[in-house]
Design a protein around this ligand. Structure first.
Ligand code: TRP
Length: 350
């Protein structure tokens, strides 16, 4: 019950924020990011990437963290990090994040950001860390035989990800709300104890459409049911051709009763900017074959400019490394400034 109340409060606040963003985009600094665990898929695109690009076009400053330390929360070793980071940067650029305007950086390259974790940990209690519902859920799904200290403390680390640059807006899904709440708590307690320095950032909940994978379960790279942003047109067509539908010939949009068909309808609708009900009606008795043809065309058309951008950036690995190097450099400058302010406030600059 509490979660529902909190969620609707966050949703109301998000609507207010949207108005403010449109009025005064330059007042906002957005920090958001991902764990580099593999390629991003269409679920990520319509869930978060698309929203980041939208905010960027509105004129909001955008920082994107590749949270490489956070990969180690639920596994012993972070596999193929170099490759995942490289591909994640490509996914961002392909999606339309503008390297001239945005700052793309990795956790591990920003020492001053990481140092903020120490004072921040002093501001939270063990029980606050232990009762975080997202952490509890991740522990339940972890493959590890023992839960690491990083699993409990990463939400405080995430507060450092956000506060090192004094971001005031964090676009997130529901699962990240507890982390945002902890970030706000840390900022507030720091300000109470040491003097006003850190902003209390707002969560911006974006309406993330629930896209199912091609087998009708949640789209996820580990289930092999996801359409990657990096997939070729042929791979995309093959995946959609093999997608699960149902035995009713007439196509309709009814996510409750017909989840698989409706998710395909929704995907085509998102790609073409149509209303899913209208799109389903247009196909009507054309059946699953017409639906799949429509979805394939819509997705491939939507991905075409992203594929072109990806190919251009991928052709120049030096440029790609330069983008990350510049992002890391800028993140370091911001983090060092904040860490100096934090140390001054705490009386630890000798
Ligand atoms: N926890 C986020 C995820 O798993 C990734 C992340 C790390 C993040 N640091 C962040 C998101 C800061 C928003 C702000 O997807």
């Amino acid at each position: 019950m509490t979660t529902m109340i909190e969620t609707s409060a966050a949703a109301r606040r998000s609507a207010e924020l949207e108005e403010l963003i449109h009025l005064r985009p330059a007042d906002f600094r957005v920090l958001t990011g991902d764990r580099p665990t593999g390629p991003l898929h269409l679920g990520h695109y319509f869930g978060t990437l698309h929203n980041r690009v939208r905010l960027q076009h509105l004129g909001v400053e955008l920082l994107v963290i590749i949270a490489d330390y956070q990969v180690l929360t639920d596994r012993d070793i972070a596999d193929r990090l170099g490759q995942h980071v490289h591909n994640l940067v490509l996914d961002y650029l392909a999606a339309g994040i503008d390297p001239q305007r945005a700052t793309i950086f990795t956790h591990s390259a920003v020492a001053a950001l990481n140092q903020l974790l120490l004072p921040f940990l002093s501001l939270v209690s063990m029980s606050e860390l232990a009762r975080n519902p997202t952490v509890k859920d991740e522990i339940a799904h972890s493959q590890q035989s023992a839960v690491s200290g990083l699993m409990f403390t990463y939400p405080a680390h995430q507060a450092a990800d956000i506060l090192f640059c004094k971001a005031n807006l964090v676009p997130v899904g529901q699962d990240q709300l507890p982390h945002l709440e902890l970030t706000r708590t840390i900022a507030r307690r720091f300000n109470d104890r040491y003097g006003a320095l850190l902003p209390e950032p707002d969560a911006l909940l974006s309406p993330a459409p629930l896209l199912l994978g091609t087998d009708g379960t949640k789209m996820s790279k580990s289930r092999g049911n996801a359409i990657m942003l990096s997939a070729t047109p042929d791979e995309t067509a093959r995946l959609i051709r093999g997608a699960k539908t149902d035995s009713q010939r007439h196509i309709s949009y009814d996510p409750q009763a017909r989840p698989e068909v409706s998710s395909l309808v929704l995907l085509a609708a998102l790609c073409t900017g149509q209303d899913p009900h209208d799109l389903a009606e247009g196909i009507g008795s054309g059946g699953a074959a017409t639906l799949k043809r429509t979805v394939t065309e819509a997705v491939n058309e939507h991905l075409a400019p992203m594929r072109a951008r990806r190919a251009a950036f991928a052709a120049d690995p030096g440029q790609l490394r330069g983008i990350l190097r510049d992002g890391n450099e800028r993140a370091n400058t911001l983090a060092e400034t904040t860490l100096n302010e934090v140390r001054s406030a705490m009386g630890t600059r000798y």
